[in-house]
Ligand binder design. Sequence first.
Ligand code: PLP
Length: 372
Amino acid sequence: MIYLDNSATTKPCQACIDTMLDLLSNDWGNPSSVHDLGIAAEHRLKQARSQVANALGAEENRVFFTSCGTEADNWAIFGAAERLGKRGKHIVTTAVEHHAVLHPMQKLEAKGFEVTYLQPDETGFVSVDALKAALRPDTILVSVMMVNNETGAVMPIADMIRATRRLSPLALFHTDAVQGFLKVPFKAKTLGADLISISGHKIHASKGVGALYIKPGLPLPAFIQGGGQEGNFRSGTENLPGICGFGAACADTDAAADIAKMTALRDLARKKLADIPGLQLIGRQEAPHIVNLSLPGLRSQGIINCLQSRGIYVSAGSACSKGHRSHVLESMHLAPAVIDGSVRVSFGRDNTEEDVDALHDALLEAIKTLKG
Ligand code: PLP
């Protein structure tokens, strides 16, 4: 099997699997219990928080575990609206966000908020100038993703934060870094964002765990009410195996080496695939792991099926928007035939140059099969 769908999910690493098994078999206590088993579990929770914070470049006590990246996005957006909704009703986001951001925004619109959706250029990139033009004194939240999951566009988050502070001092800045964490170098402490969402299963941990970074001193309202876990910010008995697996996956990652490897594979793929007749590379493709390509005239699903028959796994646009034409590619004003023939290839640290060769040959074969 050649797995080239790492933006959808990654294979859990051995450190994550070993840690999760250990938690399920041994340290299975409730971290809130005050006996030995609970104290051991609490110790494991603390260690995991420290490992994730370390990878994120964050203060340890500002990482709050969630059930996924989607929950972290929802919490950031609804929390910001609840906290600042009395002072302003204007929110800025982009048209290329994941549905984990867009759907909460639509819900806020139905409740009377006004949301400006920044449009990307033809490469999927959203500029600081576009943000500056949209910012207002009554803007209470800006939410811009760090890396687009379909095009690999890397948004200028640090510059956008600076512009927001200047033009909309009231606003909180949230970035969905689900595709940026450990792919694009940044440190939560120095980036300046108020809120940062990340997800475990995109970095070789398991599904069912994510985290929200909340800047020191920011009193974001709790998202889930209950027993007061996560410092009263996010109640519910912690998913300790998932959380500790997330910590282990972070500790087991050499981000600089992984980024260098994925970047080399991305560049090799771009070069090799360019000689395939009719193939178009789509989008910015700055992130190290994402190459979006299109074979106009063919359908994504047909291409995916052909590649799968040769043991190669890729996806059509975003895995979360199954069956629908990608809102990201539509907002870039690509021709319908280009969108309908688009396939996202996303690399992980386990891929090799041979995988790129196999993809190249399989695409040529797919063209022959589908056209013939
Ligand atoms: N944000 C982005 C940019 C994503 O790519 C994804 C998942 O694909 C999510 C959010 C949702 O993360 P999760 O699957 O952990 O809910």
